[in-house]
Design a protein around this ligand. Structure first.
Ligand code: GTP
Ligand code: GTP
Ligand code: MG
Ligand code: MG
Lengths: 278, 293
């Protein structure tokens, strides 16, 4: 795919262009190219294939080093909180997670924690129906804290394995909305044993450098335990992930690759890099 | 900030009164970084910087401006002119109704913008709009538009279950003519520009509805991929304009410049919040400031 057959400025320019167009961003791209320049000089590398390998190794090393396995409680309720800015795919991801865990033999309950947006409760209720799990919901305009409280108690009563809580999309720069989210987390913490056990930030693969700001500010408000990157079935590469990892070092647990309930995959760094280089 | 970085570059400026090519190159490298950080497409940035350099080299330093201010002024003027010097409004058709079709990727804000545009056309343009629910795929998409319509006491047309989008649009336009609605706004399903079947469907929808406006709804936080998708949508549908949404966040919105460069189409509105009233006309100078940071 990349045209240069020898190491020269052309090859490094091509790599720079590829990284920029994949949304890797200025700072990370400069660091990577400085590193490659240094290696080429120090080790007098002449084989372009070696440069690709060096780059791939560097990128791989920047992806989170923790397990990307979901944090499931043994013999106790697992609470997952799904957060992120507007329209990134939170509700659809919850449907996919519900499907994933239900297929694995877990009993899943959903909480319609978006009490604000038009037809948000309807949307998650339809998904619950399709996946075959119940949805705890209140009235549109209700308090999300109260909804989470009720959902956790319902989850315990029904001896459910996993409770997945949907939240309204919100801009990370809106203090009042971030405060509301903190309140929901505090209630979940109080009502469940050590929960939420997963706080998943959903990022849209089409997002550019703003993803770093989103990750930083959401993480300042609540401890992000993992990421879900959606819409990777499009042409966006999601390269901003490297800069995001540098900010908050949270593992990508899943990726979204479509709009159906089965369009969820565990994160595979090799495949992600393969797509980046294609 | 860019000003601080440029000032650092120009602190070494000789007292020649003219900006030399070397001074400009250093300054433009800072501008290039700023635009890339703002998500302006890489190739668009290269081209932009090349054009600005031509204007800047040899530019006399105006006595009232520092070299930093001078370069920033040239860059801002160039950005503003690229983003569209004049405000571009909705084209009202001489023969009612004016049909407006929304299009775009999943989650960009089409449904919300459909309602916002309806309110705008009623309040500012004194029209009688009807909103049309052509998204038959997303769970509760039709309900979402109906709820928004109810909140605005605005009529929403929904088809019978199983009706295809093009047919829903055809029926809605007929209904509009019969009941004296002079603006028809079609909400459509989010879709990938690489999904041949869905792109074929929206192309067919356009052929049936014959819209006077085809608006691409773009999320302000969109990165480098903005050019790929905008090009595809434009080639398939021949857009008449763009709406840039979620500008109440802190995304710099460089995608606006990239898309404008690559399609030549004007940004007609910006979304600045979730409420129906959160729609504003597009101001190129403000956007230029925001992109440049
Ligand atoms: N192609 C594709 N579309 C997706 C993916 N995930 C979600 N979507 C679509 O993105 C759109 C938005 O999804 P939602 O689940 O409503 O997003 P959200 O974050 O809950 O949105 P808000 O609650 O309004 O903030 C829908 O059209 C989904 O079908 C994905 O992985 N791929
Ligand atoms: N903060 C903010 N949120 C917005 C804006 N425009 C839309 N939204 C929100 O973004 C999310 C997605 O909006 P929708 O109107 O459902 O997007 P859509 O393009 O119709 O989504 P699909 O039909 O699934 O493709 C919702 O939570 C909206 O409230 C905006 O200008 N600012
Ligand atoms: Mg949602
Ligand atoms: Mg919609």
């Amino acid at each position: 795919v990349l045209g240069s057959t020898k190491i020269d400025d052309n090859l490094l320019d091509e790599l720079e262009e590829m990284l920029f167009e994949a949304d890797v961003g200025v700072k990370t791209t400069q660091e990577l190219l400085d590193f490659l320049h240094k290696k080429v000089d120090e080790e007098e590398i002449t084989d372009p294939q070696k440069i690709y390998e060096l780059l791939r190794d560097q990128l791989k090393a920047r992806l989170a080093k923790f397990s990307s396995e979901p944090n499931l409680q043994k013999d106790a309720l697992t609470v997952m909180l799904i957060i992120g800015v507007n329209g990134v795919g939170k509700t659809t991801t919850i449907a996919k997670l519900a499907r994933h865990f239900t297929k694995a033999g877990q009993k899943v309950l959903l909480a319609a924690g978006d009490t604000f947006r038009a037809a948000a409760i309807d949307q998650i209720s339809i998904w619950g129906d399709r996946v075959g799990c119940e949805v705890i919901h209140g009235n549109e305009g209700g308090d999300p804290g109260a909804l989470v409280f009720d959902a956790i108690h319902a989850a315990k009563k029904r001896e459910v394995d996993i409770l997945i809580v949907d939240t309204a999309g919100r801009m990370h720069v809106k203090a009042n909305l971030m405060a509301e989210l903190k309140k929901v987390q505090k209630i979940a913490e109080k009502e469940s044993n050590g929960g939420p056990h997963e706080i998943l930030l959903v990022l849209d693969a089409t997002t550019g450098q703003n993803a770093v700001q989103q990750a930083r500010l959401f993480n300042e408000a609540l401890p992000i335990s993992g990421l879900v990157v959606t819409k990777l079935d499009g042409t966006a590469k999601g390269g901003v992930l490297f800069a995001v990892e540098e900010q908050i070092n949270a593992p990508v647990k899943f990726i979204g690759v479509g709009e159906k309930m089965d369009d969820l995959m565990p994160f595979n760094p090799e495949q992600f890099l393969e797509a980046l280089f294609s | 900030s860019l000003s601080a970085k440029l000032s650092a570059v120009f602190d070494k400026l000789r007292k020649s009164g003219k900006l030399t090519e070397k001074d400009i190159d250093a300054a433009l490298n800072e501008v290039k970084m700023a635009l890339l950080e703002a998500d302006v497409n890489f190739k668009v940035v290269k081209n932009f910087v090349k054009n600005v350099k031509e204007k800047a080299v040899g530019a006399e330093i105006l006595s009232s401006l520092t070299p930093t201010q001078q370069v920033i002024k040239i860059v801002l003027d160039e950005l503003t002119s690229l983003l569209g010097k004049e405000r571009s409004k909705i084209q009202i058709s001489p023969k009612k109704p004016t049909v407006i079709m929304m299009a775009g990727l999943q989650g960009s804000g089409k449904t919300t913008t459909t309602a916002k545009l309806g309110l705008y056309m009623r309040k500012e343009e004194k029209k009688n709009p009807i909103l049309v629910a052509c998204d038959i795929y997303r769970p509760a998409a039709i309900k979402q538009l109906q709820v928004l319509g109810d909140q605005l006491s605005m009529k929403v047309y929904a088809g019978e279950a199983g009706t295809r989008p093009a047919e829903i649009a055809r029926q809605a336009i007929e209904h509009a003519r019969e009941h004296d609605f002079d603006v028809v706004i079609l909400d459509t399903a989010g879709r990938l520009h690489i999904d041949e079947q869905m792109m074929g469907e929206i192309k067919e929808l356009k052929e049936v509805a014959q819209p006077h406006e085809v608006l691409l709804v773009v999320d302000a936080m969109t990165g480098q991929d903005a050019v790929n998708m905008a090009k595809s949508f434009n080639e398939m549908l021949e857009l008449t304009g763009l709406v840039l949404t979620k500008l109440d966040g802190d995304a710099r919105g460089g995608a606006a410049l990239s898309i404008r460069e690559v399609t030549g189409k004007p940004v007609k509105f910006v979304g600045i919040g979730e409420k129906a009233s959160a729609l504003e006309p597009f101001y190129p100078e403000r956007m230029a400031q925001r992109i440049l940071g």
